[in-house]
Write a protein that binds this ligand. Structure first.
Ligand SMILES: *[C@@H]1O[C@H](CO)[C@@H](O)[C@H](O)[C@H]1NC(C)=O
Ligand SMILES: *[C@@H]1O[C@H](CO)[C@@H](O)[C@H](O)[C@H]1NC(C)=O
Ligand SMILES: *[C@@H]1O[C@H](CO)[C@@H](O)[C@H](O)[C@H]1NC(C)=O
Length: 819
């Protein structure tokens, strides 16, 4: 990696200091002054070196030097100030501020509560084993409805926002709990509705009682929100008990722990010695004679199912509110919003006019809504590292408005996922997508690099294993935002040229896109002209069967067995080709000089050159090239020699044994997604017989074809479904992934519409692959309640994390045939 960087040296030719001795017959003084000068010179070189090193050290966390992309944030965008931006929670509202008032929901069944807090639902956790949950309608702006099925109970969380005043307006959320089963009616459930302010929020909150009609609520004031109150209203059902907690919590990442630590078991003497779990009220210690201020206020409501609570946020600056948005008024308003949503959904995706049945359309709405409803707002600093920093250093603090791959397992921003999310989001709401793109490109550093995984803030950090936190600036990730931009140009070109704001947005983005392109084109170059190589592979490990390539996005997809500089990666080369063609399109639209990009694109899409570098005539497929052998196995190392009569404990971890020396060759025994890239990114010529071969390979059930979509790795590949270490199950080594299947469907659509010898064949495969994917994802959603990260290539069953309404939600675009 260091090969790509400027060597650390000082240019002596610019040195103001003499390189030769000034006098041959130096006297003693001269002699000393000579050494003084040498010493001064050495000192200066060292100083310059240190200075230069210091400069290099700060490069990694210096922002890109140009105007900011996000020019409107916080209250400048009042209609998106509030939102369900706490992606990782079942339900919570916050504002688009670095430090915000946050609200949230927890619930539990009193008889299932364990002393360690087990049983309390708060963050979306796979371990909660909910039957299903997710937004079923959400427009990203004004309202949302979510259904959560927890055993025999159905919780519905909805919210509506109302503009008014100068601080982002009002909103009301409704939590209703019902059950379709008679035997569970009347069972107790406790819900906890809370508000908290982060440490750095300027402002205060305190509990408040608004009279008989209401439960314990909150009043407060912050810089962003001005004064406000939150009322809790019992809209229907029987409330057994109400209690509250007002205290000072250590941070947003320990709110549940704070609740657990304060719950009390008490005996209610008035009600036949019933045992109750309640919150204790004020828990504010007196420090230095002063009562500490609360930053966390929670109201617990124990009700008999069914019951329904409205949580009403009212902004103090909103003067023209005719009545409080609750009760029937809320019910009516929700009906209207839903109506508008449904009309818009049909206008955008046209599923009804395509003949989809009602339950299929409900599925598509739920998938879109959970992607849009999962959009979060994060604030904080990543941890980054370069060759010049001593260990990890903080990036600058920044906000990120982004969708997330999975609300439970990956509730944070991922660079290459976001490019896929952008396809669906831009189709739904182009302004939201531009805002997301702008936030991401503000995370670009002066080198043109954007970190791959964004772990911002305590809440996000507490969900990530330590070894994945630090991001290295030598490492890339597929530049999928170029697909988003290509898609936007394709789908909205009239709108873009018509609408000033969005064109100007592209104008502002352009220098950053250039820098991003250059960063890829310079730092990920291969050794031979026209080749590219993912950085970040570990060439020294013997723990992994095949060293992973996290940066490619395809983690454990098998590559050359012995990473070195001779490697060339076909997928990366195709990504750069796609990037150059998109850059050329954008440059043309903006009347900039596109020549450089057009040239790079024609160079990288020249099939003759592509074939020379990546077509293996042996396997008749596109492939990587590198130092490779297939003859590797994971084995227990031989036990260390132990002295006679003494048992040395054995290290049981398996290591890789290489049975045959690697050689420089195509990695062509491995057929899979990577082999398809020239096809996926539409670089193969329409008339190329190689297109025909790829189409045949796609249809071959011994290779990638299944009834559920294309599997990631051919059954015939040596690493098909192999573990990479004893503990790492196969990930991109067989299962069906939807992002690349979307690209396959998109490419088939493209080749079927281009006149050529294989268009008919492409059309047939297109129809079949598309319906296989849609049917299976839909079937699994019905069966399990979720869409999944990946699908089993033998059974079609959803697996790994759920709900995965990140790129799996592209199924909606496949249904609508939008590419
Ligand atoms: C909640 O509302 C129901 C129905 O409106 C009413 O019967 C009940 O008394 C209320 N409970 C409380 C605690 O206000
Ligand atoms: C809730 O239960 C506690 C403990 O039994 C009792 O002290 C309190 O008055 C109850 N609150 C209501 C509103 O019923
Ligand atoms: C990309 O890199 C190649 C190789 O260094 C260079 O020839 C080409 O001009 C670059 N493309 C652009 C658009 O800068």
């Amino acid at each position: 990696m260091a090969r790509q960087r400027k060597p650390v040296s000082v240019d002596h030719s610019n040195s103001k200091f003499p390189k030769k001795t000034q006098s041959q017959n130096a006297n003693k003084v001269g002699f000393f002054s000579y050494w003084k000068q040498v010493l001064a010179c050495v000192c200066l070189v060292v100083a310059v070196c240190v200075g230069y090193m210091g400069y290099l050290e700060t490069r990694v966390n210096t922002p890109f030097d140009d105007q900011k992309m996000v020019i409107k944030s916080g209250l400048d965008v009042p209609d998106r100030y509030w939102g369900s931006y706490r992606s990782g929670l079942y339900f919570g509202m916050k504002t688009r501020d670095p430090y915000s008032l946050v609200t949230g929901l927890m619930w539990y069944f009193p008889q299932q509560l364990r002393p360690d807090g087990g049983g309390i639902r708060h963050w979306c956790e796979e371990g909660d084993n909910l039957n299903r949950y997710g937004w079923t309608e959400h427009d990203g702006r004004t309202f949302g409805i979510q259904e959560i099925q927890d055993g025999p109970f159905l919780l519905t969380t909805s919210f509506i926002k109302k503009p008014g005043g100068n601080h982002g307006g009002d909103w009301t959320a409704r939590i209703s709990i019902t059950t379709p089963h008679d035997q569970f009616i009347g069972q107790q459930l406790s819900i906890i509705l809370y508000s908290a302010i982060e440490e750095k929020t300027k402002g205060w909150i305190k509990p408040s009682h608004f009279g008989d009609k209401f439960l314990t609520g909150i009043i407060g004031e912050t810089d962003g929100l001005g004064s406000f109150n939150i009322k809790l209203y019992n809209n229907s059902g029987e409330i057994e008990n109400e209690s509250y907690l007002s205290c000072s919590a250590q941070g947003l990442h320990v709110l549940k722990e704070t609740v657990v630590a304060s719950l009390r078991l008490v005996t209610d003497r008035q009600k036949g010695n019933q045992k109750r779990i309640v919150l204790p009220g004020e828990l504010l210690p007196i420090i230095d004679g002063k009562r500490s201020e609360p930053n966390f206020i929670a109201t617990q409501i124990t009700g008999k199912i069914p019951f329904e609570i409205d949580m009403v946020f009212e902004s103090g600056s909103n003067m023209d509110r005719s009545s409080t948005l609750m009760g029937n008024k809320y019910t009516d308003e929700l009906k209207e919003r839903r109506n508008e949503f449904n009309i818009k959904f049909e206008n955008v995706f046209k599923l009804s006019s395509k003949g989809y049945k009602n339950d299929e359309i409900l599925f598509a709405k739920a998938v879109l809504s959970n992607l849009v409803g999962g959009i979060g707002y994060f604030y904080g600093a990543s941890r980054v590292e370069s060759a010049y920093t001593r260990g990890p250093v903080p990036y600058w603090k920044a906000p990120l408005y982004t969708a997330v791959p999975s609300r439970s397992f990956f509730p944070r921003g991922f660079l290459w996922d976001e490019g896929f999310h952008g396809l669906l989001i831009s189709k739904w709401d182009l302004d939201i997508e531009f805002d997301i793109i702008n936030h991401w490109f503000d995370l670009m550093n002066v080198e043109g690099w954007i970190p791959r995984e964004q772990i911002l803030g305590h809440e996000a950090l507490s969900k990530v294993p330590e070894q994945f936190v630090t991001q290295k600036n030598s490492n890339a990730n597929p530049p999928t935002f170029f697909i988003t931009l290509h898609f936007i140009l394709n789908n909205f070109v009239d709108k873009l040229t018509g609408k000033e704001g969005q064109l100007q947005n592209l104008e502002r983005l352009y220098p950053r896109l250039q820098a991003w392109f250059d960063w890829f084109n310079n730092t990920q170059l291969g050794d031979l002209p026209g080749t590219y190589r993912w950085r970040g592979r570990d060439s020294t490990t013997n723990r992994q069967l095949n060293p992973i390539t996290l940066t490619s996005g395809l983690d454990d997809y098998p590559r050359a067995s012995h990473p070195n500089v001779d490697e060339r990666h076909i997928d990366l080369r195709c990504w750069i080709a796609l990037a150059s063609s998109t850059m050329s399109e954008i440059a043309k639209l903006l009347n900039r000089n596109e020549q450089k990009y057009t040239n790079t694109y024609s160079y990288l899409s020249d099939n003759k050159l592509l074939d020379e570098l990546h077509w293996s005539s042996n396997s008749e497929s596109y492939s990587d090239f590198g130092l490779h052998t297939d003859a590797v196995v994971l084995k227990c190392p031989p036990p260390p020699k132990s002295p006679p009569g003494y048992q040395v404990p054995q290290n049981l971890e398996k290591i890789r044994i290489v049975l045959k020396d690697p050689e420089l060759r195509f990695v062509d025994s491995t057929f899979g997604y990577v082999s398809l890239f020239p096809f996926l990114l539409q670089i193969i010529d329409v008339n190329s017989p190689k297109l025909n071969k790829v189409l045949d390979d796609i249809k071959n059930p011994e290779l990638l074809w299944t009834n559920y979509g294309l599997r990631s790795l051919a059954k015939s590949a040596p690493m098909y479904m192999k573990k990479n270490t004893e503990h790492d199950p196969p990930y991109w080594r067989g299962p069906v992934w939807i992002n690349l299947n979307y690209l396959a469907v998109r490419a088939l659509n493209y080749y079927s519409k281009k006149e050529g010898p294989y268009s008919q064949k492409s059309k047939l495969i297109y129809n079949e692959l598309r319906s296989n994917l849609i049917n299976n994802i839909m079937k699994e959603f019905k069966r399990t309640g979720y869409v999944w990260e990946q699908y089993n290539d033998k059974t079609g069953e959803g697996q790994r994390s759920r709900p995965f309404t990140g790129w799996t939600s592209l199924v909606v675009l496949m249904m609508g045939e939008i590419y």
